[in-house]
Design a protein around this ligand. Structure first.
Ligand SMILES: Nc1ncnc2c1ncn2[C@@H]1O[C@H](COP(=O)(O)OP(=O)(O)OP(=O)(O)O)[C@@H](O)[C@H]1O
Ligand SMILES: [Mg+2]
Length: 274
């Protein structure tokens, strides 16, 4: 077992227990996210049961499964929105448990989440939206038109280029097409330099062309970020997926390369056969 670097624990993390379970062999410096034996129930209904998942740095993972399988609940647990009954979540090799931290702290530590409905600031320009997202990262109050550093301007330009909205920079976000708003929101998450990016059903309501562009965007983010995508559209999943995890009734049913998982009779029966 290689020794993992222990990153200094910040003041507000001190109350959280440092790793209380044995480090599995899976824990290594290349690990981005490690979900360990997570279980959640809502009024006795088991939404997740003993879910264990490890994601490598820079990986693009698709999370698939029927309605109610627990995909969104898993994201809720990783981001601190839902407290699991048991289990733990570790980010990189920091040896404290995210399930004990606040949503804000988890976001600051490097987990960005994109919800299905875009939540851009409608009345502000595309550029200002990115600016606000950068300011948010600093965690200090800054007026909207405070001067950006050259590095920050460069970063925003890079992001606008990446999300394909460079020529829309001055446009009011509320006037963008649905797909463009979704990309802007991804851009705003990127402004906060997340290690892990969780994206729940990104192509819902998108046109075919927007879907293709989203596939390109998410694929281009892998490598620099660890990206987890939940999506029901199998054509889309096939177009971006390397490795997929299938959830069913709150448990991991199968995991592996898409080519292998889509042939798995259990997966076909509960999901793909529909
Ligand atoms: N806050 C909650 N209170 C009660 N039950 C919940 C809550 N959140 C989720 N559930 C239940 O947990 C189960 C898993 O839901 P979840 O939303 O995680 O599924 P999902 O895989 O994201 O499904 P979909 O593909 O339809 O989005 C469902 O049966 C759902 O009704
Ligand atoms: Mg869901």
């Amino acid at each position: 077992m290689s020794a993992l670097p222990v990153i200094p624990v910040e003041e507000d993390d001190r109350a959280t227990p440092i790793l209380s379970i044995p480090i599995p062999d899976a824990a290594r410096p290349s690990l981005a996210l490690w979900v360990e034996n997570l279980s959640v129930s809502f009024d006795g209904f088991k939404a997740l049961t003993d879910v264990t998942l490890t994601l490598e740095k820079g990986e693009l993972r698709c999370l698939i499964g029927p309605n109610g399988a627990g995909k969104t609940t898993l994201m809720d647990c990783i981001t601190g929105k839902t407290r699991p009954d048991s289990g733990a979540v570790f980010l990189e090799s920091r040896l404290y448990d995210l399930t004990k931290l606040s949503e804000v702290r988890i976001a600051q530590l490097g987990i960005g989440r994109k919800f299905q409905r875009p939540t851009v600031f409608q009345g502000h320009s595309v550029y200002e939206n990115c600016e606000l997202a950068l300011a948010g990262k600093k965690g200090v109050f800054r007026t909207l038109f405070a001067r950006l550093s050259p590095a920050e301007r460069t970063r925003i330009d890079e992001i606008l280029e990446l999300i394909g909205l460079k020529d829309q920079a001055k446009r009011q976000a509320g006037l963008l097409a649905h797909g463009q708003k979704q990309w802007l929101e991804i851009g705003m998450l990127l402004a906060q330099s997340p290690t892990v990016l969780l994206v729940d059903e990104p192509i819902a309501g998108m046109t075919h062309a927007e879907t293709e562009k989203t596939a390109e965007l998410l694929t281009s983010l892998a490598g620099k970020h660890t990206v987890v995508v939940v999506e029901h559209d199998m054509e889309f999943v096939r177009s971006i997926a390397r490795k997929v995890t299938v959830l069913h009734q709150g448990k991991v049913l199968a995991e592996g390369p898409m080519s292998q998982v889509q042939k798995d009779p259990r997966v076909v029966e509960v999901y793909l056969g529909e």
